[in-house]
Design a protein around this ligand. Structure first.
Ligand code: FES
Length: 133
């Protein structure tokens, strides 16, 4: 397994005895350790870019790593908007990077959603093809 990990940590111990899992990211097969998140398994394999910005196409990666910022959105087994930093890796998981999508709302600041619930509602309406929300 390619690794960017600390394999023998003075406090956490050795990683070498951990069970490995196999998963794919954008069609390429990787290994991670049981207990890894998708983000940590990808980082250990040298993958930093998880998606691109919806409007600009700029590369995006983990930012907060605690589930708050949603910068790490990926598609997992056909389910999009999955946070890679919060989702444990599993055997045979099919992970795909976030692709450039149409913006879920008008990008003028005065039209930005004021709550996450409002963002989700608009995003769902956008996916359902309802442009009136
Ligand atoms: S990196 Fe912030 S939610 Fe995953």
């Amino acid at each position: 397994m390619t690794t960017n990990r600390i394999m023998n940590h003075p406090v956490l111990g050795k990683l070498e005895n951990r069970k490995t899992v196999t998963f794919t990211f954008d069609g390429q097969t990787f290994e991670g350790f049981e207990g890894d998140t998708i983000a940590s398994a990808l980082l250990a394999n040298g993958i930093r870019q998880l998606r691109v910005h919806e409007e600009t196409g700029a590369p995006r990666a983990i930012y907060c790593n605690i589930g708050h910022c949603f910068e790490c959105r990926v598609t997992v087994n056909e389910t999009d908007t999955v946070r890679a930093c919060m989702t444990p890796i599993q055997n045979d998981l099919k992970v795909e990077s976030g692709k450039m999508q149409p913006a879920p709302f008008n990008t003028s600041p005065e039209n930005w959603p004021r709550t996450y619930a409002e963002y989700e509602e608009r995003n769902k309406a956008n996916k359902d093809g309802d442009s009136n929300v």
